[in-house]
Write a protein that binds this ligand. Sequence first.
Ligand SMILES: [Zn+2]
Ligand SMILES: [Zn+2]
Length: 265
Amino acid sequence: MDHIDVPAEQVVPMETIVEGVQGLRITFVNVFSIRHASGGWTLVDAGVPMSESAIRSWAKREFHEGPRAIVLTHGHFDHVSAARGLAEEWNVPIYAHELEFPYLTGQKEYPAPNSGAGGGLMSLLSPIYPRKPLDLGDRLRPLTELEGWEIVHTPGHTPGHVSLFRPSDRTLLAGDAFCTTKPESFFEAAVAQQPELHGPPSYFTSDWEAARRSLQRLAELHPSVVAPGHGKPLSGPAVAPGLAQLALHFNEIAVPENRKVGAVS
Ligand SMILES: [Zn+2]
Ligand SMILES: [Zn+2]
């Protein structure tokens, strides 16, 4: 078993995930918008390279104005590539957890991917993914608060990975803490995507024990709606118990063979 099944009727559309939260899928990764009660909105994540115009026209169509800020769940290339350009254009700050700063200020490269993680094309191709640190310069600020949302530090996939939780309706934006599609085969799975709960993308996850604890923490929030960076958003009674199951059997379900406890690497 490499995933937890979720009934197909618990998929919710990206355009209206819940009140005030919309998503946009660009190739194999999602970005999100969250509206604030006091006005304005925030962009969560900024896609793969070449996503800038797609995000810009979506923002124009949906909001007629740029956001107040850009929040990054973490610094991997598929979540940050349009951040700098859009922040310059909209003249807004970019927020991320401070532990992610070395990867967003040009100081540090992420560890080499685990190309032997198995499971599909994404793992095999992972050695060619950009790992060079981005430099967001003076646009970057530490993420300490977000109106209406709790910032949940969920390290493991990366050291400064965060998830965003809205207690008023238990909505969770999970970044890469887990996926609702098989993360190692995004391209293959894009064709007929069944809702399934999977662990974080394994070729890029650096600390599996921390990733397990983070998932446990998210399961304990009992989210009613989850929207990850990869895969479709889900809402319904199978979601929270599914996450708890995934956390409980994390080593068996999510950790790749060559990183399991006791594996010879
Ligand atoms: Zn990632
Ligand atoms: Zn990702």
